[in-house]
Design a protein around this ligand. Structure first.
Ligand code: ADP
Ligand code: MG
Length: 541
């Protein structure tokens, strides 16, 4: 009798070979089905409710994928590419998932027939290479001749990014705001120098761009009303100091045996506070911002001396003010001098809807701006913020790489034609595989049609014909249920989105194909039944 060899822990689940690969592909298909309908200007939105009952309405692929909490190990790669697309270029997150899923779907029959995954992977890599060369070749560079031309290019790209979102009706309005916001930054275009604040109520068109820093008025004590609400110019003290009398710490003990001693202690405490306040006032600041609380005594003290103060300012706002206006955040009142104060041209407090906002404008150091969004429901504003984030990322990308391609499926159709033509020139399995990938690329125009309720077969046939006759920018025309030259229609997207999306999709497809075995170890000390919902620990792979 042979001794039994125990290699893996009891309860370990392994599956391998072709069925395993096919099941991974099927799992990816299910993810694609979840986001499929959100693509394009006529895409639908998803309402996702999490375990805490928080509802999110979104059209953004990356947001949806994040909220879905997918645990399937292979399908997770699709979540990762959506996230990386979001981080890299900010838009095209639905497209990247769709492309990866469709590549897998198209090569699935070959897997089932027993073509070795390595051959399929090689074909995908080859196809990707051809696509990259073609995009770089075709992309139209817009010369940075005049400011006006560059502006209109940026506005078009921003409008295309927003045309598939909830706010598509106001896309021209927001395109202008987004371009203004990005152009107001310095060369490095730091994303965190654009603040986005949301105030519910009012209409979307009441949203405004403030050049400078703006944040909601913080909680304040009596005495605040007397403080002036505008300065020109203005000196700002940025503090991380508590300016309030505090109750004793838990286990501090002071023994006194007569009232006079006690009075001395109380006086000393007040004296410490007054010393701090006096030093701040001596520095010549007009506005005092602190990350920590500013109490009622301090508020009154500042108000009596015509100084505006705000306590508990959120850290990011304080940092942005510091970057924009200069100065330093002080943690002690001892060395507050004129040199550590920030400067700006105007400070004022204004009413926006039901909120009061503190505005700092004309900041000398860094360039920064703040978008104050208005609109109905909270969820609507959150989705608006996400859509604007996409548009801002697109504008930043376009400034850095000023080459664009036509959207609406035009570029995908052209690449598909290229691959199909190429496949006819080669022999062997690769021919079929490249043709399958060419078919996979058609998913974008097909889905755009499906989501708009058009006859996809009809439109795709028209597109194939146009592209074979050299109409390289022809894509789906969403308004006329037909095809049109999307370059002339100004449906422009930065070529970097497409390059990134195709590369990520091809990589993800290759990754899923190259896995031939999943080994799932049993969860530590847990019966397989327990709730059936356990997740997190012992995640396979
Ligand atoms: P993603 O998350 O991938 O950006 P979207 O829902 O934003 O997904 O849809 C983007 C797709 O919609 C792109 O393929 C783009 O070319 C297309 N698109 C955007 N605007 C238009 C338009 N006006 N006409 C046709 N297609 C458009
Ligand atoms: Mg988009």
């Amino acid at each position: 009798m042979q001794p039994q060899i125990v290699l893996l822990k009891e309860g370990t689940d392994t599956s391998q070979g072709k069925p395993q690969l096919v099941s991974n592909i099927n799992a990816c298909q299910m993810i694609v089905d979840a986001v499929r309908t959100t693509l394009g200007p006529r895409g639908m939105d998803k309402l996702i409710v999490n375990a805490q009952g928080k509802a999110t309405i979104s059209n953004d692929g990356a947001t949806i994928m994040k909220l879905l909490e997918i645990i399937h190990p292979a399908a997770k790669t699709l979540v990762d590419i959506a996230k990386s697309q979001d981080a890299e270029v900010g838009d095209g997150t639905t497209s990247v998932v769709l492309l990866a899923g469709e590549f897998l779907k198209q090569v699935k029959p070959f897997v089932e027939e027993g073509v070795h995954p390595r051959i399929i992977i090689k074909a995908i890599r080859k196809a990707l290479q051809l696509c990259m060369d073609k995009i770089n070749d075709m992309a139209v560079h817009i010369e940075k001749q005049s400011k006006a031309e560059q502006r209109s290019l940026l506005e078009k790209c921003a409008a295309t990014a927003m045309s598939s979102k909830l706010i598509h009706q106001q896309k021209d309005f927001f395109a202008r705001i987004v371009v203004d916001a990005v152009l107001s930054l310095d060369e490095l275009l730091p994303l965190n120098m654009i603040g986005i604040k949301k105030v519910t109520g009012g209409s979307l068109e009441e949203s405004q761009l403030v050049s400078g820093v703006a944040f909601k008025k913080t909680f304040s004590y009596a005495g605040f009303e007397m403080a002036p609400k505008s300065y020109e110019p203005c000196k700002i003290a940025l503090l991380n100091i508590e300016l309030e009398l505090k109750a004793e710490r838990d286990n501090a003990e002071v023994r006194v045996d007569n009232v006079r001693e006690y009075q001395k202690i109380v006086d000393a405490e007040w004296q410490i506070l007054y010393n701090k306040l006096a030093k701040i006032v001596d520095s010549g600041a007009n506005v005092v911002l602190s990350k920590l609380a500013i109490g009622d005594v301090a508020t009154q003290y500042f108000a009596d001396r015509d100084i505006f103060c705000a306590g508990r300012v959120p850290e990011e706002d304080l940092k942005r003010t510091m970057k924009a206006c200069g100065g330093a955040v002080m943690t002690t009142a001892n060395d507050i001098k004129a040199e550590v104060l920030g400067l700006c041209e105007t400070f004022k407090e204004v009413q926006v809807g039901g909120e009061r906002f503190n505005l700092f404008q004309g900041c000398p150091n860094a360039k920064t701006s703040t978008l104050i969004l208005r609109g109905g429901a909270e969820q609507f504003l959150e989705e608006t913020e996400r859509s604007l984030h996409d548009a801002i990322m697109i504008v930043r990308r376009t400034i850095k790489h000023d080459s664009v391609v036509a959207g609406g499926g035009a570029i995908e159709m052209e690449l598909s034609r290229l691959l199909r033509d190429y496949s006819r020139t080669i022999a062997g399995k690769e021919q079929l595989l490249i043709a399958a990938i060419a078919k996979g690329l058609e998913i974008i125009p097909r889905q755009l049609c499906d989501n708009a309720g058009f006859d996809a077969t009809n439109i795709l046939n028209k597109l194939r014909q146009k592209h074979s006759q050299g109409g390289q920018w022809y894509g789906v025309d969403i308004t006329k249920e037909d095809i049109s030259d999307n370059f002339e229609q100004c449906v422009w997207e930065p070529s970097i989105i497409k390059i990134n999306a195709l590369t990520a999709a091809a990589e993800a497809a290759c990754m899923v194909l190259s896995v031939d075995e999943t080994i799932k170890s049993p969860k530590a000390g847990e019966a397989p039944m327990a709730g059936g919902m356990g997740r997190g620990m012992g995640r396979p792979m």
